[in-house]
Design a protein around this ligand. Structure first.
Ligand SMILES: [Zn+2]
Length: 280
């Protein structure tokens, strides 16, 4: 309590009032380090809420720049930001809400080469990308480094999320074995997404990060939460760790990271470029 300034006590008073958070929980948030993968539809609300909540160190990875078609849902980016790096635009808004947090930016494409070095420094990772190669890459890298993370995906009117504690709860590969073939599942840039869906799912993921850091409540582990906003149907699907999971099973076959993109026919370069362009 003595370590808090009067400004901090006021700023975080609604957390401090919560029995499950309190001064101790707020201290944990201020000491917490969370990495957000993607500064798009999910990454924007996640970043704004984590900064507002006082998560002390927040990293954001995104190689893209702001496009006018992003503004319908990527709420940290404004019209005047078109053409700017998304990580810089998001950082500016996060610090405007809360100058007391540190925002580290990585304007690069997350790959098998750089991901482990980047995530290693964080307590929790939030995946806000919209392409399967990166989702599997985040799952595999977090599994290898033992870093808990939140998976999230949105499309059209639908969202889905699960939280993974490596070595303890079902991982993304326990549920979805491997990436679908390229172009088998459309991205938001191909099939569209209702703007507020990004906020609905992103704030659920932000809440999971805050719960993980403070220890409040129970996480979405061994659980896939899905919703369809057309009829506001929310479902929880129970999951279990799979003994034959290629990453976290008894005889894992994945020991090295790959970008999960078939290299044939120059697909790798194309997919990486599309993935970067898509960005929810
Ligand atoms: Zn697994």
């Amino acid at each position: 309590m003595l370590d808090f300034t009067s400004e901090q006590l006021e700023r975080y008073s609604r957390h401090i009032l919560l029995q499950d958070v309190g001064v101790e929980g707020q201290e944990k948030l201020l000491e917490g380090k969370v990495l957000i993968v993607g500064a798009g539809g999910l990454g924007c609300p996640i970043g704004l809420y984590l900064a507002a909540a006082g998560v002390g160190t927040i990293g954001i990875v995104d190689c893209d720049t702001v496009d006018i078609s992003n503004l319908q849902r990527q709420i940290a980016h404004y019209t005047a930001d078109i053409g700017r790096a998304k990580v810089e635009s998001a950082k500016e808004k996060m610090l405007a809400i809360n100058p007391g947090v540190t925002v580290r930016t990585y304007q690069e494409y997350l790959s098998a080469e750089n991901i482990r070095a980047i995530i290693r420094d964080y307590d929790f990772v939030v995946d806000g990308t919209d392409n399967f190669p990166t989702k599997f890459l985040v799952n595999d890298a977090c599994g290898m480094e033992g870093i808990p993370f939140s998976h999230g995906g949105i499309l059209r009117f639908d969202g889905q999320t699960m939280t993974v504690l490596p070595g303890e709860s079902a991982c993304y590969r326990c549920v979805f074995r491997e990436p679908p073939p390229p172009d088998a599942v459309p991205t938001c840039s191909q099939a569209g997404v209702l703007g507020a869906i990004a906020g609905m799912l992103g704030t659920i993921q932000a809440a999971e990060a805050l719960k993980f850091l403070t220890g409040a409540g129970s996480l979405l582990t061994d659980t896939l939460l899905t919703f369809n906003a057309k009829n506001m149907d929310f479902r929880k699907i129970r999951l279990t760790r799979q003994k034959d999971c290629p990453l976290c099973g008894e005889n894992p076959t994945i020991s090295e990271l790959s970008d999960n993109v078939r290299p044939a026919c120059g697909l790798q370069e194309k997919s990486v470029r599309q993935a970067c362009d898509a960005g929810h």
